[in-house]
Write a protein that binds this ligand. Structure first.
Ligand code: FES
Length: 182
């Protein structure tokens, strides 16, 4: 039987606003309802939560754990195991590399490795100055463009490793760092 905390989370997922007033939780509720609160839909729900919040905070993980009646350790374990998920807020700019099958075959890994070498961050990480985050995404349904990279809001296809590195550098050079602003 569900305890009071779980019952409360499930009730919120049906008709009450989150106590913080953060309306983004209602979008997680929507994903939970779509998943019919099935525990085996955890990855789908976390994916939806990350799309809404940009990353998976402790608060979000706890909310999902309660709503799905899963142990917190299980939800944290999944959120930290998959590169697909990030536990930190994204930086000012981001580059998301698709690691779906078509993009993987066409060299997504090499792009990730090159960006890691260039900026010192791996998937799910943000540079210390908070200017750049590297993330990965699942197939976004544009496989004919593989390998596909999303730099900020720009969806770019057929990128070579060199082009991807250049585009990210251009994005970061496009505006001065705070230290350069007079
Ligand atoms: S595999 Fe990358 S868009 Fe489909």
């Amino acid at each position: 039987m569900a305890g009071p905390a779980e019952a409360s989370a499930r009730k919120r997922a049906s008709d009450e606003p989150h106590p913080t007033g953060d309306e983004r939780f209602s979008l997680i509720d929507k994903a939970l309802r779509k998943a019919r609160f099935q525990q085996d839909q955890l990855i789908e729900v976390l994916h939806a939560a990350q799309e809404v919040f940009g990353y998976l905070s402790d608060e979000v993980l706890l909310y999902v754990a309660r709503a799905l009646r899963l142990p917190r350790s299980r939800v944290y374990g999944v959120a930290t195991f998959y590169h697909l998920f990030t536990r930190e807020p994204l930086g000012e700019h981001s580059c998301s590399v698709c690691t779906g099958t078509a993009c993987f075959v066409k060299g997504a890994d090499a792009i990730i490795d090159a960006l890691r070498r260039e900026h010192g961050v791996g998937p799910g990480e943000t540079t210390e100055d908070k200017r750049f985050s590297l993330t990965t995404t699942r197939c976004i349904g544009a496989c004919s463009l593989a390998p596909l990279v999303v730099i900020d809001d720009d969806v770019l296809g057929h990128l070579t490793v060199e082009e991807a590195v250049k585009r990210v550098a251009a994005m970061l050079d496009a505006e001065p760092t705070p230290a350069e602003v007079p």
